[in-house]
Design a protein around this ligand. Structure first.
Ligand code: NAD
Length: 358
């Protein structure tokens, strides 16, 4: 396996180090070998080259089967990186690599672990049912990439954003959603606003066409306003949520929030090949960087997603997920998920505990 590693900034290098520890444990158990390539992106690339993402970094990422990333960026008020123009700041590197690698499908699992139910901000009657869903968000189209302008119109300043989707953009992402559902509980909820938007009506039509290729998967449609309510009322009903860019942006943050623990949430961005960029959902957490106290589990679970989605090693990926659950069951917690009676460990110890249980 050729894995590119973007450790990045802040807690990035600390959590990536632990994910590599767990991947190495999986490699020796399952008899595969990993060739890691370190790639600079974000603030560390600005410090070295003056820009957040070089052409060489893009080429290095392209030459790998997958990229494991920590996080990029610093304190947005105090770091000198944020005195630079927007296109030279750390986050421009992330947008640049997504574009260069055509990563159009963003996957964000949202899982409420039995052991962490206390962190869920929902009523216990809802939290007790638990939930385990994954949001598949279209990442390179829609409102965020459409034509936009602000101009004077009839004497009034008027701003325009356009929401455009071609059937092909919808289809390729729908295929990802159905493929993922086929490895899970075989349910896709497509979220749109088809009662108002043309783009949503096309979304629904194309999704239904794709569904015909997956007869064993149950497809339902839900309007986005209802989906926002159902996520806090009955999150257990969802398996795979498939939605467009802006709806997915908002709903995936809502789904993350109801778990109550950002340090546990993995994510992946995929293109039409098996290539993927795998990273935790959280940021570089500059407030706790360099202290060896960050929670590495989100990055470790991102590595598990990599084994499943890029390398089709479902069993090895599930083994990592099971190891995480075992360590939680045994009562080990990093500071962010600590509760009474549990055993607090640091970043390094958490990684070692999980690696030992592979
Ligand atoms: P953040 O996610 O970095 O931090 C928010 C809070 O969550 C902080 O209190 C932090 O300590 C905590 N936290 C996050 N991950 C944690 C972990 N693994 N373990 C324990 N606690 C954790 O969000 P922010 O403070 O808004 O952003 C900080 C920087 O990260 C900014 O520069 C931002 O642009 C960047 N960022 C990068 C990415 C990315 O690389 N994909 C994503 C989001 C934010």
């Amino acid at each position: 396996m050729k894995i590119g590693v973007i450790a990045g900034d802040g807690i990035g290098p600390e959590v990536v180090r632990e994910a590599r520890k767990v991947l190495d444990a999986s490699a020796s158990k399952n008899g595969f070998s990993i060739d890691y390539t370190d790639i600079l992106m974000g603030g560390c690339s600005i410090d070295r080259y003056g820009i957040p993402l070089t052409d060489e970094a893009i080429e290095a990422a392209k030459s790998c089967d997958a990229v494991l990333m920590g996080s990029i960026g610093g304190n947005t008020t105090t770091s000198p990186w944020y005195k630079l123009p927007p296109e030279k700041r750390p986050e421009a590197g992330l947008l640049g690599i997504r574009k260069a690698l055509n990563l159009f499908a963003n996957l964000r699992p949202s899982i409420l672990y039995d052991e962490l139910k206390g962190a869920c901000p929902l009523k216990s009657s809802i939290a007790d049912a638990g939930f385990d869903m994954i949001i598949v968000r279209e990442l390179t189209g829609g409102l965020y990439f459409g034509e936009r302008y602000t101009r004077e119109q009839n004497g009034l300043t008027t701003a325009v954003d356009t929401l455009t989707y071609s059937e092909e953009e919808i289809r390729r992402c729908a295929v990802k959603a159905f493929e993922i559902a086929s490895k899970r509980r075989k349910k896709v909820t497509s979220v749109d606003k088809a009662n108002v938007l043309d783009s949503s009506r096309l979304w629904r039509k194309v999704t239904e066409e794709v569904a015909k290729e997956y007869p064993d998967i149950e497809l339902s449609h839900m309007l986005v306003d209802n989906a926002a309510m159902q996520l806090v009322k009955d999150p257990a009903q969802f398996d795979v949520i498939f939605t467009e860019n802006m709806f997915g942006d908002i709903l995936s943050d809502e789904a993350a929030e109801i778990t109550g623990s950002i340090g546990m949430l993995s994510s992946a961005s995929l293109n039409e090949t098996k290539f993927g960029l795998y990273e935790p959902s959280g940021g570089s957490a500059p407030d706790i960087a360099g202290k060896n106290i960050a929670n590495p589990i989100a990055t470790i679970l991102s590595a598990a997603m990599m084994l499943k989605f890029t390398f089709d090693m479902d069993k090895a990926g599930s083994d990592i997920e099971a190891a995480v659950k075992t360590v939680l069951k045994e009562g080990y917690r990093t500071g962010d998920i600590m509760s009474d009676g549990m055993k607090q460990v640091n970043t390094d110890e958490m990684g070692t505990l999980i690696a030992e249980r592979i």
